[in-house]
Design a binder for this molecule. Sequence first.
Ligand SMILES: Nc1nc2c(ncn2[C@@H]2O[C@H](COP(=O)(O)OP(=O)(O)O)[C@@H](O)[C@H]2O)c(=O)[nH]1
Ligand SMILES: [Mg+2]
Length: 331
Amino acid sequence: MPANLTQQYLKAEEEYRRATTSDEELACLQVMLQEIPKHKGTDHLQAQLKSKISKLKKELTAEKSSGKKSGRGLRIPRQGAGTAILLGGPNAGKSQLVASLTHATPEVAPYPFTTTVPAPGMMPFEDVTTQLIDTPPITPDFVESHMFGLIRSADLALLVVDLGADDGIEQCQDVIDRLSTTKTRLAATSYLSEEDVGLSFTKTFLVANKIDAPDADARLELLHELCDFDFREFVVSATEGTGLEELRAAIYESMDVVRIYTKLPTAKEPDRDRPFTIRRGRTLLELAAQVHKDYAKGLRFARVWGTAVHDGTTVKGDYVLHDRDVVELHL
Ligand SMILES: Nc1nc2c(ncn2[C@@H]2O[C@H](COP(=O)(O)OP(=O)(O)O)[C@@H](O)[C@H]2O)c(=O)[nH]1
Ligand SMILES: [Mg+2]
């Protein structure tokens, strides 16, 4: 990591990874280029940023003149606190997991390739929801090109291993191997490569599924012997529900957001039903912009009730929000 990267740079980098449109990507890269400290040590990174920007600009111009979107493929709009994408070989239980964790009803079947297109579902946790994306299997010879964009922009990947079949471990290793030949890879935490801004790593949990199946324990032991993953591991049964509540909480925590309840100055109580979620460490100004695009400009101050301040404290735009803050915006 080059020294002295500013907060703005790091924030733009994080948003670049999570961008779901070319316009968003371009805007983030431009901030990164503007914010990067200009010295010898960052020459390489500066050059990379410039070339990415000019490539994206060309793509966008081509898109505009041809009137059709480039081949970036499928984009699924973000919803809820964040996005986790399920990955794995055929029959690992990805669709069953999405069904068990959400109210979605994907097709679950005892034969491979039942899921043909990525499909989102919303997973509730306490009073918020997180988006889960069910996907077709990744195999050594095939992965849909639109999967890469989805994996890069996800906050978390769930790599599902089938403990119910002897080839489950191999199929899981195949997913890692297939991705390791591309610029979209899995890791214990999310980050962009220092040497190559195009090389992106998505935070991953290993989800060992079907622990209820005969010989599943032995396969789990074998998995530990054969693979030296550093992913956090969850052992579950999607059909029986074993381990799912721990997984659900960990998925939500990985989104790294805080919940904010907004309240009108005239109201006695905040809206407790649907909190806003915003990345941990972000400020009041960013919340205002999320509530309404005009609010960030018009914000004068806010009053906050929460754990970090005395009840009703008056704060400015730079106030860092805390989980479960009640915020009254004054415009
Ligand atoms: N025993 C057992 N079977 C499961 C479990 N989860 C999924 N399955 C079965 O595995 C098969 C494939 O599941 P599916 O969700 O379609 O797999 P996908 O291809 O990864 O989406 C189905 O027959 C499921 O009923 C589980 O936890 N335990
Ligand atoms: Mg499926």
